[in-house]
Design a protein around this ligand. Structure first.
Ligand code: BTN
Length: 253
C-alpha cells in the first residue's frame, strides 16, 4: 500500500484489491479522515449497484473510493449520489471535452453508452470529533478511460474516454479534476441543500423527458423531485420512484 498526502488529502494507492469500497470502510474504521481516497489499478471483486459485480481491465479504468463523513441530514443523504454524478459528468467535460449525460440515478453516459458507474454505500461509524455516531459513506467511482474494447456482453452498452475521443487521457489528471469537482458539489449540497444540485442534474439529464421502464413501472419520466426521486407519469398519474434501473421503453418514437 502506498499513501501520499496532497494538500490535506490522503490518497492510498493500491495495485490489486478486492474492492476499494471494502478498503475505504476498513480505513474509516481505523479513523481515516474525511476525504481519504483509495485508488486501485484493478479489483477482483468490484462492487456495482444492486449487488452486481463491476468488472475492469487492469490499468484501463480509474477506480477509486472516497471516505466521506457527510454533514447532511438523513433525508438529504440519498442526494449525495446525484451530486456525485454531477461531479463525474462535469470532470469528464473538463478533462476530455465529453458531452456526458446522466441516467437516473447516477449512471454517466456518453452517446447512449455507460462510461462511468457510481456506488454509494453507507455505514454507521464513530465520528471524528465528538465521539458520536455519524454515517460514513464510501463513494465509489469507476470510469472507463483507456479501454479499446469490452467483453461481449458489455460491449453494446459501454464506452470509454479512449473510444469516444481517441485520446489517451491521464488517469491522474482525471482523478485530480474529479476530486475537485466532488469537493465542490458536495460543499454545495451541504451548504445550500439539494436545489442547486438538482438544477445541474436536470441540465445534464438523459432520463427526464423519455419514456422509461423501472422495475415494472412504465411511463414518461417528467421530473426529479426535491428529494432526488424520479417522477414518472402514466395515464395522467404521477408516481415517485426512489430506486431502480432505468430501461428505455422502446415504444418511444
Ligand atoms: C454501478 O453499478 O454502476 C456502480 C459501479 C461502481 C464501481 C466502482 S469502481 C471503484 C469502487 N469500488 C467498487 O468495488 N465499486 C466502485
Amino acid at each position: 500500500m502506498r499513501a501520499s498526502v496532497n494538500g490535506s488529502r490522503t490518497i492510498v494507492r493500491l495495485g490489486v484489491v478486492d474492492s476499494t469500497q471494502r478498503v475505504a470502510f476498513d480505513l474509516a474504521d481505523e479513523g481515516a479522515a474525511d476525504g481519504t481516497v483509495v485508488v486501485a489499478e484493478t479489483q477482483t471483486a468490484g462492487r456495482g449497484r444492486r449487488g452486481r459485480v463491476w468488472r475492469d481491465e487492469r490499468g484501463a479504468s480509474l477506480l477509486f473510493s472516497i471516505v466521506v463523513r457527510p454533514a447532511l441530514s438523513s433525508s438529504l443523504l440519498p442526494t449525495l449520489s446525484l451530486a456525485t454524478a454531477v461531479a463525474v459528468a462535469t470532470a469528464l467535460e473538463r478533462v476530455a471535452r465529453l458531452p456526458a449525460r446522466l441516467k437516473w440515478p447516477n449512471d454517466v453516459m456518453v452517446n447512449g453508452r455507460k462510461i462511468a458507474g457510481i456506488l454509494l454505500e453507507s455505514r454507521m461509524g464513530a465520528s471524528e470529533s465528538r465521539g458520536g455516531v455519524r454515517p460514513v459513506v464510501a463513494v465509489g467511482i469507476g470510469i472507463n478511460v483507456l479501454q479499446r474494447e469490452f467483453p461481449d456482453d458489455v460491449q453494446p452498452h459501454a464506452t470509454s474516454i479512449r473510444l469516444e475521443t481517441d485520446r489517451l487521457v491521464s488517469r491522474e489528471n482525471l482523478l485530480a479534476t474529479l476530486l475537485e469537482e466532488f469537493a465542490h458539489w458536495r460543499a454545495v449540497l451541504e451548504r445550500q441543500g439539494f436545489a442547486p444540485v438538482r438544477r445541474r442534474w436536470l441540465a445534464l439529464s438523459d432520463t427526464v423527458g423519455r419514456r422509461v421502464r423501472i422495475d415494472g413501472c412504465t411511463g414518461t419520466a417528467i421530473d426529479l423531485d426535491a428529494a432526488g426521486a424520479l417522477v414518472i407519469e402514466e395515464a395522467g398519474q404521477a408516481r415517485r420512484v426512489i430506486a431502480g434501473d432505468v430501461i428505455a421503453d422502446h415504444r418511444e418514437g
